[in-house]
Ligand binder design. Structure first.
Ligand code: ADP
Ligand code: MG
Length: 202
């Protein structure tokens, strides 16, 4: 994916997150405070406007634009977490002209390390990392970018589904303990939506 492909793929990501606002609101109402859908919409709406209006010289700039928009507009824990992911992704692509399957794997690796450092979550804690980490593992076996995106998308969806069986160690769902069992983590759903939109746009 060159700069223009990346810009278009990220626009598809923004649209997918915006289309999912209601679903994400419901997921966060079940085990949180219900603001995840509106928060993500705010950030990805701001990102969409900039991706539409500005000129971008690199894949790095495209990813940075999304990171800053989400960090500054989404708010909540997820604004910092998803913003951190995109900014780490942007940093990993510095000096590169296109996203290959090897770079995509490095992006997921850098993103998951940055999110873990930022929020202190571990695998199994019922956060978006439980969708991100399996995506990273799945992408590492791929032989092309199309294959990597498809594998990451499927693994992220399965990872989000697996959070139903987890007890939350972070965020608002933590106080629910075992009462959050049976409900998926909202941020993990968002991450799987992002991966699916990327895979569909490739
Ligand atoms: P808030 O919890 O402030 O209301 P949101 O509802 O927008 O924020 O987002 C909640 C989501 O953020 C969770 O579903 C989870 O995926 C993610 N999240 C929260 N805390 C962390 C953390 N420490 N590490 C990784 N992800 C986290
Ligand atoms: Mg919330």
């Amino acid at each position: 994916m060159n700069t223009e492909d990346t810009r278009l793929a990220l626009l598809a990501v923004c649209d997918a997150v915006l289309d999912s606002e209601e679903l994400l609101t419901e997921a966060d109402m079940a085990i949180g405070d219900g603001d995840h859908g509106i928060g993500m919409s705010r950030g990805f709406w701001a990102a969409k406007r900039q991706l539409d209006a500005k000129c971008f010289n690199s894949v790095t700039d495209c990813l940075k634009c999304v990171g800053f928009a989400v960090i500054s507009k989404s708010g909540g824990a997820s604004g910092a977490i998803f913003g951190t992911f995109f900014l780490a992704a942007s940093k990993e692509t510095e000096g590169e002209t296109e996203i290959t399957h090897q770079l995509f794997e490095r992006i997921l690796d850098a993103g998951s390390n940055a999110v873990a450092n930022r929020g202190g979550a571990s695998p199994g804690d019922k956060t978006m990392l439980d969708a991100l980490r399996p995506a990273r593992v799945a992408a590492s076996n791929a032989k092309s970018l199309v294959e990597a995106l498809k594998a990451a998308s499927e693994a992220a969806a399965a990872g989000a589904e697996s959070t139903k069986e987890m007890i939350a160690k972070h965020g608002k769902a933590k106080s629910l303990g075992a009462r959050a069992l049976g409900y998926p983590d909202p941020g993990a759903i968002t991450f799987s939506i992002i991966m699916k939109a990327l895979a569909n746009s490739s």
